[in-house]
Design a protein around this ligand. Structure first.
Ligand SMILES: C[S@@+](CC[C@H](N)C(=O)[O-])C[C@H]1O[C@@H](n2cnc3c(N)ncnc32)[C@H](O)[C@@H]1O
Length: 409
């Protein structure tokens, strides 16, 4: 099934799977604002958002699209933060947000301007601490990306979010993702990628045709050796999908390839690229709170993407209680193994840095698996021992005890 172009001018239908994607975007963005404005003495936060495939902002059911979601969340979260700060006698915080809204279709952008005008006006009334600079453009995201990047650069914005909600899988170049992720330290991308549209018609007996289908990703030809024709169909498809996973993983230190099932259409990924493990930690929590809505292919535990489809059968991590229980078991083995590979201790910060590109696990499960493990102890920076999972901090050190049970070896 090939995705239909959006018919905004006749009223676009918001499908169930897009609702789920919006829910994740909304919840993650709220957490993002809360985290970025959490310093007690902070009075200002500056942010640039590029919604490169913005759409018209409203669906025929009345639900908002991504441009409106960004503004609604900004205003509501900022009010929530300032109410709390005022009650604690702390200075309030102001957000300056540059919002670049782009869609290929000029008439869609015109409709977006109409739909968003009351939201911008409303946010000015209800949230005086929010200062929005909204600019509109119409064209192919790829053609306009250099302009967006220099606008952000000239505006000296250091915190940047790109929402690249394409239909399909070919409208954003891998090189552009690389450039975005290298542009600033605090940059994140949400990227929709129709993985099934890519892999469904691959003919495993025709390696050259397979490589042509992957052309837009600019993958090194040697990496296709992994796609061995002798693999069974299921394993071969798993390997074809993993090739794309691995490839995107090179774009950023933290990439989460989460699948959203579209029951009436094709499965796609809602990828999140980040440079900070904290961003990924927050994203994993949001995905657990939306457990029925997406899956992550691979094994559970820390190195979920390290599975080899030739030797292990991958399974779906469904973010539900059963998946969490089996992840906890796996974590009991994986964590001491990882620490022993490092020597006999590791700071919690370095531990997070090394795991968060590969694990969908909830931070509470990771912390509990550390506390429950008889071979591990966590020391605070003052040399005291931590006893409660939820109090573990980045500055702590995780130690392997001298006397070990070795059940995980
Ligand atoms: C999935 S919809 C966007 C939905 C929107 N983000 C939301 O949350 O409501 C994809 C949009 O991308 C636009 N589009 C298609 N190709 C494009 C391109 N190369 N560059 C920019 N926009 C494009 C389409 O007109 C369509 O409105």
């Amino acid at each position: 099934m090939v995705s239909k172009p959006y018919q905004w001018t006749d009223g676009a239908t918001l499908e169930e799977h897009s609702k789920r994607k919006h829910k994740i975007l909304r919840e993650y963005f709220r957490q993002y604002i809360l985290v970025r404005c959490q310093m007690p003495k902070q009075t200002k936060f500056r942010l640039a958002i590029v919604d490169g495939f913005a759409g018209a902002g409203r669906y025929n059911c009345g639900s908002p699209g991504s441009p409106i979601i960004f503004i609604e969340v900004l205003a509501a979260t900022l009010n929530e933060i300032n109410l709390r700060k005022a009650s604690e006698g702390l200075p309030t915080v102001e957000i300056e947000c540059f919002l670049q809204l782009n869609d290929f279709e000029p008439q869609v952008v015109e409709l977006l301007k109409e739909n968003i005008a009351p939201i911008i006006a409303g946010s000015k009334e209800t949230c005086q601490k929010l200062s929005l600079i909204v600019e509109y453009s119409s064209g192919k995201f790829e053609d306009l990306y250099p302009k967006f990047a220099s606008r952000i650069h000239d505006g000296r914005f250091r915190n940047i979010i790109y929402n690249l909600d394409q239909c399909g899988h070919t409208h954003v170049e891998r090189t552009t993702l690389d450039k975005i992720m290298k542009s600033e330290n605090s940059v994140e991308i949400f990227y929709t990628y129709a993985i099934q549209a890519l892999i469904t018609y691959l003919d495993k007996s025709d390696p050259q045709a397979v490589q042509r289908k992957y052309q837009h990703l600019h993958i090194d030809p040697d990496q296709f050796n992994f796609l061995d024709e002798k693999l069974g169909n299921q394993e071969w498809m798993g390997a074809a999908e993993k090739l794309v996973f691995d490839h995107f993983q090179e774009c950023a230190p933290f990439v989460s390839p989460f699948s959203i099932n579209n029951p009436d259409g094709w499965r796609y990924w809602f990828l999140h690229f980040a440079r900070s493990h904290r961003a990924r930690q927050v994203y994993n929590v949001i995905l657990h709170e939306n457990s029925s809505q997406q899956a992550h292919f691979g094994r559970s535990g820390l190195r979920m993407l390290a599975y080899n489809p030739e030797h292990e059968s991958g399974s779906l991590y469904l973010f539900d209680q059963t998946a969490r229980d089996s992840a906890k078991e796996q974590l009991m083995d994986d964590i001491p193994k990882l620490i022993s590979e490092n020597g006999d201790n590791i700071t919690a910060e370095d531990f997070y840095l090394s795991i968060y590109n590969e694990t969908p696990a909830h931070k509470d499960d990771i912390h509990q698996a550390i506390m429950d493990n008889p071979d591990l102890e966590v020391m605070t920076s003052n040399g005291g021992e931590r006893r409660k999972a939820h109090t573990i901090k980045s500055e702590d050190t995780i130690h392997l005890k001298r006397q070990r049970s070795f059940t995980w070896k």
